[in-house]
Unconditional design. Structure first.
Length: 182
């Protein structure tokens, strides 16, 4: 039987090759703040966060060899309380940074996302929630050149026929009731 202990993802720790470049990218491009750093054996660990109540959301440990695409982690995802305009701005910022590769905006029906590879080829997703729950997995191209209203209408039209499509608040209420029963 599974433990009754409730768990949530709190942070990710990445091995890095060029810690200065990674700090610069995550602070200046993604808006994280360096919260701590120090020795860890023969390496260094660096902690970053955007959340006042989290000491760190992501950390870097030095000592990685030459960066290559990771084969053990697909991506790390960051939820934002931002808007489609913020995602649009992020995409432009990422596109202007020649260290960033594979910028792919997608909608999952329940989220609008921008996926990309950071300077050391780690997969990163930044997403905002849509107003809907959509059974997963789903993924369709997201055209951030469209207006916000067009994006909302296109997303609704594409996913409204999917099983379990409905307001996200109703889905979360059902999930909360389920966990309360456990």
């Amino acid at each position: 039987m599974a433990t009754a202990l409730r768990l949530e993802v709190a942070h990710a720790v990445l091995y890095v090759h060029d810690v200065a470049d990674m700090i610069e990218f995550y602070t200046n491009t993604l808006g994280f703040e360096l919260t701590d750093r120090g020795p860890l054996g023969n390496n260094e660990i660096v902690f970053l966060s955007q959340n006042a109540s989290d000491h760190h959301q992501v950390a870097f440990i030095t000592g990685r060899g030459a960066p290559q695409p990771s084969n053990s982690m697909n991506h790390i995802a960051f939820r934002s309380s931002g808007t489609l305009d913020d995602l649009r701005s992020l995409k432009k910022t990422l596109a202007a940074d020649d260290r960033v590769t594979q910028i792919v905006p997608l909608t999952h029906g329940n989220a609008w996302s921008v996926y990309f590879r950071d300077p050391e080829f780690n997969g990163v997703e930044v997403f905002i929630d849509t107003p809907w729950h959509v059974r997963q997995p789903q993924g369709e191209p997201l055209d951030l050149d469209k207006s916000n209203d067009e994006i909302v209408d296109t997303t609704r039209a594409h996913f409204s026929g999917e099983p379990e499509f409905g307001p996200i608040d109703e889905f979360y209420s059902r999930r909360a009731a389920h966990f309360d029963e456990r």
